[in-house]
Design a protein. Structure first.
Length: 127
């Protein structure tokens, strides 16, 4: 009978120990400050580029100057054409003069089956 009593006491002590650990963990989580860790954003994959020839006005305004510039790569003729036109419509690089009025936006870009490209742009007037 004594061994049964010691077994009951041992089981009771183990149960109390487990209960104490659980209670301590719960209290720490409820009362302690929460540390939130946000994972660092994954670096953006490098964007492929092509070299396109864009045209800007000469300083005297009498001719065009060809300037080679990196433009993001796009899949397909129409998508690549849009990228090149967007680069041409963007602000001119330092030392260059744009021939396109500021505020001009691309409305549409078409390429026919023969390979002819058509650009539909518009100048958005500021109030």
């Amino acid at each position: 009978m004594k061994s049964t009593r010691w077994l009951q006491i041992a089981i009771l002590l183990v149960a109390l120990g487990i209960l104490a650990v659980v209670a301590t963990t719960v209290v720490e989580r409820l009362a302690g400050p929460r540390e939130t860790t946000t994972p660092a954003p994954a670096p953006a994959p490098p964007t492929a580029h092509i070299t396109a020839t864009l045209f800007y006005a000469s300083p005297d305004g009498q001719s065009l100057r060809a300037v080679r510039q990196e433009v993001p790569f796009a899949d397909g003729v129409v998508a690549q054409g849009r990228q090149i036109i967007a680069a041409q419509l963007a602000a001119a690089p330092a030392g260059q003069i744009s021939t396109i009025p500021a505020g001009t936006h691309l409305l549409a870009f078409y390429v026919t089956e023969r390979g002819d490209a058509f650009v539909d742009d518009s100048l958005i007037k500021q109030p």
